[in-house]
Design a protein around this ligand. Sequence first.
Ligand code: HEC
Ligand code: HEC
Ligand code: HEC
Ligand code: HEC
Ligand code: HEC
Length: 400
Amino acid sequence: MSMKRIVKLFSLLIVTGMVMVSCEGPMGPQGPQGSQGTKGEPGATVACTECHNQDVVETKAREYEHALHFSGTAFEEGSRAGCAPCHSDQGFRFVVDNNTPATFVPDPANAGKYLNNYSVDALTASLPGPISCFTCHSSLHTTYNGEDFSPLTTVAEVPMTMWGGTKTINFAKSNGNLCAKCHQPRPVTASSGNVIDYALLVSDPNTKYTLSSISYRTGIHYGAQGAIAGGVGGIQFGSGYANSSHTANLSCGSCHMAEPRTLSGGHSFSVADLYTGCNIGGCHTNMSATSPTFTNAVDDITGLLSDLATKINEIGNGHDILQKDPTDDQYHGYLDIYDAGSNPTGYWKNPDQGNVSFPPVTNAQFGAIINYQLVFRDGSTGVHNYLYTKKLLENTLAAW
Ligand code: HEC
Ligand code: HEC
Ligand code: HEC
Ligand code: HEC
Ligand code: HEC
């Protein structure tokens, strides 16, 4: 039975404001979404309806039905130990509870090889479940009163897995760290399994890139938002980096969980066509889809990003090296290298198209590919952190 259905059923059962529970607890069978379950004090009198009412749980749950966290399928990846920290409810709580480091260490079983510590144990990997209320509000159902929504599961600073823990995302408005713990880029690794030395991409820009192999999927994965919004973790060529005032003054929720409109805001986490978080005291007054502050920033970043794609594609001397996504004709940051499963029509290294070898790229050019992925996959075209995004793209365009 889905959690939603259990809650609906449960709501029907609550007729008075207070119910008695014993240590056995009133729980039905644990649903497949894997929430905590009841740990009630023996015989304690608790106010379930403090939360289980129209204004609290039911409202948020209705908003949450429109969240990709709820409706998406990426939690299925949570059955893999290295994916679970960000893709499953249990996996996220495992890395928080164990303070799992983002470091790489020599593999004791394989000389010369490395292990990425940022993963979960086998038991946790066997319990994938979608991100739920309990993922972010891990104290729910502990004391059974309205206070259980806080504290959030974690708001601690976030050692970046992309950088093997040597860089950290830390929002002054610390609620943002909850989101950034998952919405952060992932490491590029060498054949040893160790994270590559990104500093070399900047310090030795003209040497041929040999730190890792390059395939269709090489790169930083999807969740670039924490890095871009926090202004940390790009391959920073040149100097002059600065952050937008959003970085110090907002948390992710300031915009993504602002007063709901249509299907956006609140616990939908969607900010599509939502300006209620912008137009508040001390911030903007008339922000909208057509206001120049917004459109100029978006146009500027879109233009720079497109210039960068063009410059990267020139490396191929007549053939793009970035894959053009067939669904929207945009470059998402994948390389157009043959991959039997994911890119069977890829041009480079395609056995059916003459097995053309992928052109050599320099360290700077490889850094440019990473920065392209960071900005494209951030998905905000400058809204998260205009100044950092702009400088990162301008300096990358000037790097070779
Ligand atoms: C601090 C707020 C809060 C209190 C107090 C509270 N609950 Fe919940 N409960 C929740 C939330 C949030 C959910 C998840 C709802 C969802 O996913 O739609 C939930 C879910 C449930 C579920 C569905 C199964 C599950 O574990 O997800 C049951 C059953 C339940 N609560 C029973 C109770 C009972 C019985 C009490 C009183 C003894 C109680 N709750 C008190 C917040 C609370
Ligand atoms: C436990 C890890 C985790 C946490 C914590 C988390 N997210 Fe997510 N988020 C994800 C994953 C994974 C997806 C993709 C879900 C899918 O596709 O099934 C996602 C999707 C999203 C999306 C939709 C993206 C799209 O492509 O439409 C938004 C917006 C979002 N998250 C914002 C937030 C905000 C804001 C917070 C903090 C309040 C947050 N997330 C916290 C893992 C997380
Ligand atoms: C450090 C956190 C993190 C780890 C580890 C992680 N992911 Fe993700 N992944 C995310 C986030 C966040 C999103 C959603 C980002 C967005 O929508 O912008 C995502 C999105 C995805 C998506 C959906 C992409 C789409 O839009 O279609 C897939 C598939 C995926 N991840 C697979 C995996 C696999 C497989 C692994 C393990 C090999 C993995 N992820 C490990 C954070 C992570
Ligand atoms: C991805 C993380 C995330 C998930 C999933 C999530 N919440 Fe929240 N929730 C937050 C954050 C962050 C805040 C604080 C928002 C703010 O700063 O105003 C919050 C605030 C709340 C509050 C207000 C609490 C208070 O003390 O004012 C309630 C109630 C709540 N959430 C209920 C829910 C329910 C019910 C669900 C499941 C349907 C849920 N949340 C799922 C992140 C999450
Ligand atoms: C200043 C407001 C603001 C802040 C703060 C903010 N975002 Fe966003 N975010 C946006 C806007 C606007 C978009 C573009 C949404 C669109 O085009 O629908 C976006 C896009 C996204 C997307 C991609 C959604 C998609 O549909 O592809 C994700 C995921 C996301 N943000 C997560 C985060 C996280 C995590 C944080 C904090 C680290 C954050 N955002 C902070 C405004 C904000």
